[in-house]
Design a protein around this ligand. Structure first.
Ligand SMILES: *[C@@H]1O[C@H](CO)[C@@H](O)[C@H](O)[C@H]1NC(C)=O
Length: 499
């Protein structure tokens, strides 16, 4: 803030006025809850929520806003992120009964499995987006049934007529995304998860890759293997052919079973949708569309991978002390089979991430003819015809793709490991990162509001995690560059919307 004094005065004035402004606007991803709908939206939801109790005049509450909105975006579809204005007369009894004594107070509300009053806990961790996201994700109820070879028959024969779905995965843990899907379909479709090492289960359904989702519509209906994008909306749509997800918030019966397939967590968008379906008895257009459509087979397409043709560009994009993760594919000629395959795998991935508006570091093709390329490869001691690396100059690490064939899956697994910060990072040798490149990096310094030491924390929180601009718009730009987070934080926060 440039005028702290003025601002304080303005805040004081505002707070003296009746009906103080809510901190969150209508467009905010944060769900604004009032005493009159708190029960319906939060206490009776099957979703875990985080609720901020605030007062509009409180400075810490205002400071929390960017991070909290980031949390809401990050948890969209997974948990509810809500705020209650305790300055509003109508909400005072609620804030009192919740024992609110200072602002902001953050509480995590977790539904009891099987009903009853939810468990409410104060959140007292750091007020950074990633810490809040992680705390909420930990509290998401897990209704996913573990399916093992020894329990497979029982899983399949239990409630034989009712639909089930199994996610085959090579992961040992259950993702927040799958948990959220199990919550959507609680008592409608039993959701199971089987690991790749459960060979009998894997063979029973002839699973060849992981993750794969299989829907068993019930009775003797044949299994349907999902073949689309692994993001929430598409998955819910696919499963909806076997049963409608539970509307959240619940809709009062009006003769017709309500259906909805999107945004089932009840964050802003679906709240709007549900209230409109409450006032008019007909489902809204998008509801009709999603509930009548057949299982989508989303055709995967690709985004072009931009090329870096000069050493200057290479430095500017990826090698300054402020550069975030870049994935570089060094190719001698893009006619070469391996090069084609590597670039195709990266293009598909770029597309997939842009589609789900997910933050992803940019990918570049770097022709070997670029002098910068040969120098960098030499420094990293790489000599293959095609080399794919990830590099983060700001943090001084790099990783080498060591998969066999540059195939889609192996490249994706490698990229995922980077996103999740799994696996080994190598230290960048000295002299690779261009120091003090203020002038040389107009792009970096204009898109990033130069975080100096004192501002670093607030600027970190001020940046939206999901780059809206990242969607397949400008083909000369890599998909994630524009809205890329200058802090690198989303690499840890983004994992939750993965299966
Ligand atoms: C919550 O889950 C139960 C099944 O356990 C379901 O019947 C109910 O409709 C769900 N409620 C909401 C609000 O999703």
């Amino acid at each position: 803030m440039h005028h702290p004094t003025l601002c304080t005065v303005a805040v004081a004035l505002l707070s003296a006025l009746p009906g103080t402004q809510a901190i969150y606007t209508k467009k905010s991803p944060v769900l604004q809850v009032e005493a009159k709908n708190y029960d319906r939206l939060i206490a009776k939801s099957n979703y875990t929520s985080i609720v901020e109790f605030y007062a509009p005049w409180c400075g810490h509450c205002k400071n929390l806003k960017p991070a909290y909105e980031k949390v809401a975006k990050n948890l969209e579809g997974l948990a509810k992120v809500a705020a209650v204005n305790c300055d509003d007369e109508a909400n005072k009894p609620l804030c009192g009964s919740m024992g609110i004594q200072g602002f902001p107070t953050l509480k995590i509300v977790r539904p009891k499995k099987g009903g009853g009053k939810p468990v409410v806990q104060d959140y007292q961790g750091p007020r950074t987006a990633s810490a809040m996201v992680d705390a909420v994700v930990q509290q998401i109820n897990n209704l996913v049934v573990k399916v093992e070879d020894k329990s497979l028959d029982k899983f399949l024969s239990d409630k034989k007529e009712s639909p089930k779905a199994i996610l085959f995965t090579d992961k040992g843990t259950t993702s927040a995304l799958l948990k959220s899907i199990a919550i959507d379909f609680a008592d409608v479709i039993t959701i199971g998860q089987a690991r790749n090492k459960e060979t009998r289960a894997v063979e029973t359904f002839a699973i060849e890759k992981f993750p794969t989702l299989v829907l068993l519509p019930g009775g003797d209906a044949p299994a349907i293997v999902y073949d689309g994008d692994l993001k929430k909306e598409a998955l819910v749509k696919f499963l909806s052919q076997a049963g409608s997800p539970n509307p959240d918030p619940p809709v009062k019966a009006n003769g017709q079973k309500e259906k909805k397939a999107k945004n089932s967590n009840g964050n802003k968008a679906s709240e709007k949708k549900t209230s409109s379906s409450k006032t008019s008895s007909a489902p809204t257009e998008s509801e009709t569309e999603t509930s009548t459509q057949q299982a989508p087979v989303i055709v995967e397409t690709a985004l072009p991978i931009p090329a870096i043709n000069s050493p200057e560009k290479l430095i500017k994009e990826c090698l300054t002390e402020k550069s975030h993760t870049c994935v570089l594919a060094f190719v001698s000629s893009n006619e070469d089979e391996a090069a084609k395959k590597a670039l195709a795998s990266l293009s598909e991935l770029a597309f997939k991430h842009a589609q789900s508006k997910r933050h992803l570091f940019p990918f570049y093709e770097v022709p070997r003819s670029n002098e910068g390329a040969s120098a960098l490869l030499k420094a990293l001691d790489l000599s293959g015809d095609v080399e794919v690396i990830a590099i983060n100059a700001r943090r001084g690490w790099w990783r080498h793709y060591e998969g066999a064939d540059f195939g889609h899956e192996s490249v994706e697994a490698w990229i995922d490991a980077i996103r999740l910060s799994e696996g080994v990072k190598k230290k960048l040798p000295e002299g690779i990162v261009a120091i003090s490149t203020e002038e040389a990096t107009p792009a970096a310094s204009s898109s990033v509001p130069t975080p100096d030491a004192t501002e670093a924390e607030s600027s970190e929180e001020a940046t939206p995690v999901t780059p809206e601009a990242g969607a397949a718009s400008d083909s000369t730009e890599p998909p994630a560059t524009k809205g890329a987070d200058p802090t690198g934080e989303p690499e840890t926060a983004a994992e939750h919307d993965e299966l």
